[in-house]
Design a protein around this ligand. Sequence first.
Ligand code: GLC
Length: 432
Amino acid sequence: MERNLGSVLRFLLRAGVGLWVGLGLGFWATHAHTVTLRLAGESGVGAGADFLDARVQEWSRRSGHRVESIQMPNSSSERLALYQQYWASASPQIDLYLIDVIWPGVASPHLLDLTPHVTDDELAAYEPRLLEANRVGTKLVALPLWSDVGLLYARRDLLEKYGFERAPETWEELTSWAAIIQDGERESDAAFHGFVWQGARYEGLTCNALEWFASFGAGTLVAPDHSVDLHADRAAAAVAMARGWVGGISPRGVTAHMEEEARQIWQGGHAAFLRSWPYVYALSQALESRVRERFLVAPLPRGPDGRSAATLGGAQLAVSAYSEHPDVAVALLKFLAGNEVARARALELGQPPAFTALYEDTEVMEVNPHFAAVARAMHGIVVRPSVAAGPRYNEVSNAVYTSIHAALTGTLQPDEAMRRMSARLRRVLGRR
Ligand code: GLC
């Protein structure tokens, strides 16, 4: 009996230990590898943040990992300044960064090389130029999420009302037509403006200015040999044109507008023309939009050089070199930058995908008639000099938007602003 009791006890003990070990192992299997990733994601521009949150939650449910996505400032320049603080301290606090198309050079030392994590087949599906923009030396630093190009949004109903049969094709036409429409519309809407765009002192102004410069034949700012490429007289003429808009066909406050301020004026029905990115299309077509079914999308007007130019923008996703969970972070990156999410992004947000095959997807193309204007604008694409300027790109852009902003607000004459910009560019590039 005693022996029996002993063996029963031994059995129970073993079983008990086994049970606890078993439970412990099960818990470990499901939870020990559950990590929390932090994603420096979308800003408040458009509806991107809600879209990204929904996709991140979907991935969390599938993978069992937690993700905190942190909303970033609307200004691309402020976002970079924030990232640089994390990078300066090699911080593991952020695992994934949504980066601007112009940052691979600046960000590369702080990003994981994705080359060992992706197959050739996975890469082959991306539009080659967009993918290659993410290669720094031999390192693949990010995967593209979407591409942006500068576009002209025009009120079709107002063009018709004032007897114009098409969108303006030159800056001269835009300037005079906007003034005529503004004069007429002001009778019933004191807050109506001819033309809204991004004139605040930040990266977006560099994007607008590069389009003016290219269409005036004023150069690309930085030549491949790192010298300054600027035709100062033409650049000053382009800036003088924009200076003339401020307080005329554009609100005085345009010098404080970024993407969303301009879009709100446009979408509220208070502007004839808007310069912005493709994301505005889907929002303008939303049920609550005042311009729904009343506008068209076209390439930006040509300048005296006879050229219509569109700045290339866009975003990509990267994994931090300082992440403590690089493999899990790469899994999330591949999901968010993958075909399924890119397709949903195109359908819900109207953002041009980086996957070549999606341009042959009937549903994607039907929902996004503005992709035709995107394709036309691509012929005049101008690329910010982020490759030529390398890690100094941000200083280059800062020199550009600061000088131009001074001219737009009347602090400097356009020619003086361009002289100072050119001198600053020479200093920045000379230090490379
Ligand atoms: C958009 C573009 C980006 C650009 C920014 C400027 O987000 O995608 O490339 O730098 O606008 O505001």
